[in-house]
Design a protein around this ligand. Structure first.
Ligand code: ATP
Ligand code: ZN
Ligand code: MG
Length: 393
């Protein structure tokens, strides 16, 4: 039976961390079905079957709050563009109509399929991103959906984002194990009934980002020509647990990236040039959005230090589109500078022997389509001209 548990945090959660702490509460215990933080700071947990010991659950919640919020400094949010005031014609949640029209179907929590209208809308955005990539001489690349466990370890991914990883495995090469699986495998409510020891040790995961593959390909050698721009689209996987409730957070989504590798100035100048061009495009289509400084969703232990570092060096800006039906914003893209982090860890060197800097401009294609539909509705004849004209309905 569902049960509610309320916890008053020993450390007060500052307003600017409410979202980050709330999203991490999903990973505290398998018994937590949903977590929210009320305006007086009380944490409210909906428990699945009430099996968890309330003492250990409270201790874990207190630990998350303390590690993330204790002594946290309020970051200075830098707003580079603010067009949230743009008038847009639509204000409802398009999810149910997308579903009833067969434009969206939920295969399983966090896993969605899209129909022809959404697919073609994404193609319109994609053709713009390819044009944008050409402006920077970015060459197209194709990257795998799987990603090397060894290489992800080399760039500290396991420490920074362990909670959202998705692992890939296969049955062990063992005749009895495989025959046993063939005979008995069945899906039960809790998942496949296969004993965990039937699966091989993890060598690969499902990729959480696109640009990492480029850095891995460039590892352990001098960077040809001392700089490089590339573009690629790929499926990305982030297990967002109880936060996987709508199209806003998917387990499996697609990202288009334009990636810059080279000296610091080259990366920063291109990131900024891309931002200006994207701003012109978003103005043409009339999207209501803002661009502001942001943090990556680091896990509890790394959160405070890493997010302070990101803020201090202005490493991440998000394009946050307005969702009029709920008066909230959603990140549809980001402008990132990783400094020489990948250059150092992967030994990508510039002609002067120094590690290369890297940066990327990343767009979440489903989120962009969703935010667009939230602002302009499903009737393509009412869409802004540049999109309508490029849209093959
Ligand atoms: P958020 O803070 O909203 O989780 P993020 O900072 O983790 O986003 P990035 O790593 O900057 O996201 O990824 C680039 C883009 O990919 C995001 O701006 C967003 O549009 C998209 N994206 C990220 N996570 C998801 C997800 N779980 N489902 C759908 N799109 C996503
Ligand atoms: Zn990237
Ligand atoms: Mg973010």
């Amino acid at each position: 039976m569902a049960e509610i548990m309320r916890i008053t945090p020993a450390v007060t959660i500052p307003d600017h961390l409410l979202g980050q702490v709330q999203s991490k509460l999903a990973y505290v215990d398998e018994d937590i079905a949903a977590a929210s933080i009320s305006s007086d700071g009380t944490i409210e947990l909906q428990l699945r079957n009430g099996n968890a010991s309330s003492e250990s659950l409270e201790e874990k919640v207190q630990r998350v709050v303390a590690e993330m919020a204790k002594g946290a400094m309020q970051p200075k949010v830098e707003v580079l563009e603010d067009h949230l005031g743009r008038k847009v014609p639509f204000a409802s949640d398009p999810m149910s109509e997308l579903m009833s029209r067969g434009e969206l179907s939920l295969e399983q929590t966090g896993i969605y399929s899209f129909g022809p209208m959404v697919t073609r809308l994404i193609e319109v955005f994609e053709s713009y991103f390819l044009e944008l990539a050409t402006e920077f001489g970015a060459k197209p690349q194709r990257f795998p959906t799987l990603i090397s466990a060894e290489k992800l370890g080399r760039v500290n991914y396991f420490r920074a984002f362990p909670h959202s990883l998705t692992f890939a495995t296969h049955l062990r090469e063992d005749l009895d194990t495989i025959s046993d699986f063939a005979e008995h495998a069945a899906h039960e409510a809790a998942g496949l009934n296969t004993p965990p020891e039937s699966f091989a040790r993890i060598q690969a995961l499902l990729s959480p980002a696109v640009c990492y593959h480029l850095y891995f390909a460039l590892a352990d050698k001098p960077l040809p020509d001392g700089k490089l721009a590339a573009t690629a689209v790929g499926h990305c996987f982030r297990y967002e647990s109880n936060n996987l409730t709508t199209l806003e957070r998917m387990w499996d989504f697609t990202m288009r990236e334009i990636i810059f590798v080279g000296p610091m100035d080259y990366v920063l100048e291109n990131r900024e040039a891309a931002r200006k061009l994207v701003a012109e495009y978003l103005e043409k289509i009339g999207l209501a959005y803002k661009v502001e400084s942001a943090n990556d969703p680091f896990f509890v232990g790394e959160f405070r230090k890493q997010s302070a570092f990101q803020n201090a060096f202005q490493l991440k800006y998000e394009i946050r589109a307005q969702l009029p039906f709920k008066n909230e914003t959603l990140a549809v893209g980001s402008y990132n500078h990783h400094q020489d982090f990948f250059g150092r860890n992967l030994n990508i060197t510039l002609p002067d022997g120094k590690p290369a800097h890297t940066g990327c401009v990343a767009f979440g294609l489903e989120r962009l389509a969703y935010a667009f539909l939230c602002q302009f509705g499903l009737d393509s004849t009412k869409w802004p001209a540049p999109i309508r004209e490029a849209f093959v309905g």
